[in-house]
Design a protein around this ligand. Structure first.
Ligand SMILES: C[S@@+](CC[C@H](N)C(=O)[O-])C[C@H]1O[C@@H](n2cnc3c(N)ncnc32)[C@H](O)[C@@H]1O
Length: 298
């Protein structure tokens, strides 16, 4: 597959992989399709929320429409304080609305912040037992965000995220995907919806095989395992577990990602049938390194 040479991009600005406006437009869609996320898999959400509510203070970054948040506040168990952080006010409003009538004793604190830049001053350092990002790690600058998360976590706290895997993407990508094997970046030229596209600024443009420049609105960054180890280590973490996430067929088919791909869906379906689901990401759990360990590694 001659994918690598085809990738030629221009960025309008550096840094962001997606602008908040993109998610404001997503939040405004009246009849949304869900994200291709494990939050829509009942088995995954049961075990991930069990893990999350073992803690007293927890934080979720990038809740989207609040599927995970709703399951958490319903389950509650040990959880007393739950920070929900998102850069999109529209997304946070959807979560607020979704859990408004759920009877719960969990104190929910909404914070509208971009974790690429924001130090999250509202949250005391060393106070959070669990941090989770579901289907959102691909959007952020991990070198900035993980350092903040490391500060917020209690010494025996844990960070969890399902991360798009470079190895998986490379193995299963299709020639027509705008995927760059060298960088693990997948360029999303789709945008939330025509009505909402008004005012939506592209992140940059990509040149297709015919030499046309096509705007893209999001970069989905996947990571190779060695790259992840390095990033986590630099930010004071050690990855302690890694589990492949296979999205059930119906979750993938009903997601926004499956739309408009009729020509490739037959092959994707063959893949899904072969693997028993769509190989979407790797669920990783990381713990903070002690200062001693960081020094030993230097
Ligand atoms: C693809 S959606 C996933 C939503 C949900 N967790 C799910 O799995 O369906 C990504 C979410 O992360 C948020 N997000 C992306 N980049 C962010 C950033 N830099 N800071 C804070 N939130 C961010 C978006 O606004 C959106 O709510």
């Amino acid at each position: 597959m001659e994918i690598k040479n085809m990738i030629e991009t221009e960025r309008t600005e550096t840094g962001k992989k997606v602008y908040p406006e993109y998610y404001e437009a997503v939040a405004a869609i009246a009849q949304p399709r869900h994200f291709p996320s494990p939050v829509n898999d009942p088995e995954w959400i049961k075990s991930a929320t069990d893990w999350f509510v073992e803690s007293r203070t927890a934080m979720e970054v990038g809740p989207g429409r609040g599927e995970f948040a709703e399951a958490v506040v319903r389950k509650r168990r040990e959880l007393k304080k739950y920070y929900i952080v998102d850069m999109s006010g529209g997304m946070l409003n959807l979560v607020r609305e979704r859990i408004r009538d759920v009877e719960t004793e969990v104190e929910v604190i909404f914070i509208c912040a971009d974790v690429d830049y924001d130090p999250l001053f509202e949250i005391p350092d060393g106070s959070v037992d669990r941090i989770i990002m579901v289907n959102a790690f691909q959007d952020i600058n991990p070198l900035a965000a993980l350092r903040v998360f490391r500060r917020k976590l209690a010494p025996n706290g844990l960070f969890r995220a399902n991360v798009l895997s470079g190895e998986i993407r490379e193995k299963y990508c299709f020639a027509e995907d705008f995927f760059d094997r060298d960088t693990g970046c997948f360029y999303l030229t789709r945008h939330p919806s025509i009505e909402n596209k008004k005012g939506l600024k592209p992140i940059g443009s990509i040149t297709n095989k015919e030499g046309e420049k096509i705007p893209f609105y999001r970069i989905l960054k996947s990571y190779y395992r060695s790259e992840l180890d390095e990033i986590f280590y630099d930010c004071g973490f050690e990855i302690i577990s890694e589990t492949p996430v296979i999205l059930p067929k119906n979750v993938w088919m009903n997601s926004v990602a499956a739309q408009g791909k009729e020509h490739t869906n037959i092959r994707r379906l063959e893949l899904i049938d072969k693997l028993g689901g769509y190989p979407s990401s790797v669920d990783i759990i990381a713990k903070p390194l002690t200062n001693l360990k960081i020094k030993e590694g230097q």
